[in-house]
Write a protein that binds this ligand. Sequence first.
Ligand SMILES: Cc1cc2nc3c(=O)[nH]c(=O)nc-3n(C[C@H](O)[C@H](O)[C@H](O)COP(=O)(O)O)c2cc1C
Length: 345
Amino acid sequence: MPDNSSLPSRKADHIRINLDKDVRSGLTNGLENYSFVHRALPEIDLATVDKTVKIFGKTLQAPIIISSMTGGTPEAGVINQNLATAAQAAGVAMGVGSQRAGIEHTELAYTFQVRKFAPKILLFANLGAVQLNYTYTVDQCRRAVDMIEADALILHLNSLQEALQPGGDTHFAGLLNKIEKVCHNLGLPVIAKEVGWGISAEDARQLAGVGVAAIDVAGAGGTSWSQVEMYRMEDESLARVAAAFRDWGIPTAESILAVRKAAPGVAVFASGGLRDGIDIAKCIALGASAGGLAGPLLKAAARSAEDVLAAVKEISRELQVCMFAAGARSIEDLQRTQLISRLDR
Ligand SMILES: Cc1cc2nc3c(=O)[nH]c(=O)nc-3n(C[C@H](O)[C@H](O)[C@H](O)COP(=O)(O)O)c2cc1C
């Protein structure tokens, strides 16, 4: 059964369902298995804790990414504007959602074009990697980057989501070679990213082998796209198939460790169920360079740029206090900080 919904109406469904329904994975992000050693005597002045990090040549005021979400409808354009305004004010990175709608309907490109609201930020373009098996080439990748004056391109890997959508783009065979061509010809860093089920060691090894600059694990434990698709399904049987995958995926903590080990030369970005600055700090101590949030910031962005900024500032403050209490002066210190694992006991 083909999915007759047009791309913009599907995007509108996704926003509405993410705002109105409980779309959480049945799994946790796995970070509850790790804790910092509390330092009663950190020998640091809280005010001097340095959260800045340099990624792809740009300095972020904190290692926070507003994860790729949306674009393609007027409402999504406002959400992107709010996210970008806050990202610029906080000095953090941001990704826009899949730009296929902007490429195939150029009149919708404006809904992704956030540079005027965020001239300085580290900004990620976004396309589904599988589109490389459906006529897209490095040319469309370049157009996505140029459309928003991005610093890097995210190719998202959403095999399970496509499999659950009626008429989804499920031709994932032979994709790795095409990702390699993009990595070699785009002239900007390429980031491979899941959408909420995590990246395995084997996938990380293969992606590193073809030249991706970073991997965003987007692990399980937060927004579950099988749950989102379940709410979209009119057919009850297809809804049950989607519901069966509520507990699917590699939890974020596990995926970070697997990717870090399998692809030591590649930067790791963490996302998938991160909800505060302590979660981000734990991801960094496990081997990530930065942490991203999507779902919670969508809710804030549906209200205002001020609400997004307040949320990002709160997360940033939690990160700073966490670093202080764990005795880490800088992000490099945090990366060297040993966590206590409940799994070893
Ligand atoms: C409304 C919405 C739309 C999304 N669209 C995209 C997308 O177009 N491309 C992408 O790479 N990830 C997309 N994601 C996935 C997020 O970037 C992120 O990986 C995932 O939601 C897990 O993070 P979270 O638990 O903080 O929401 C989307 C997430 C949400 C909530």
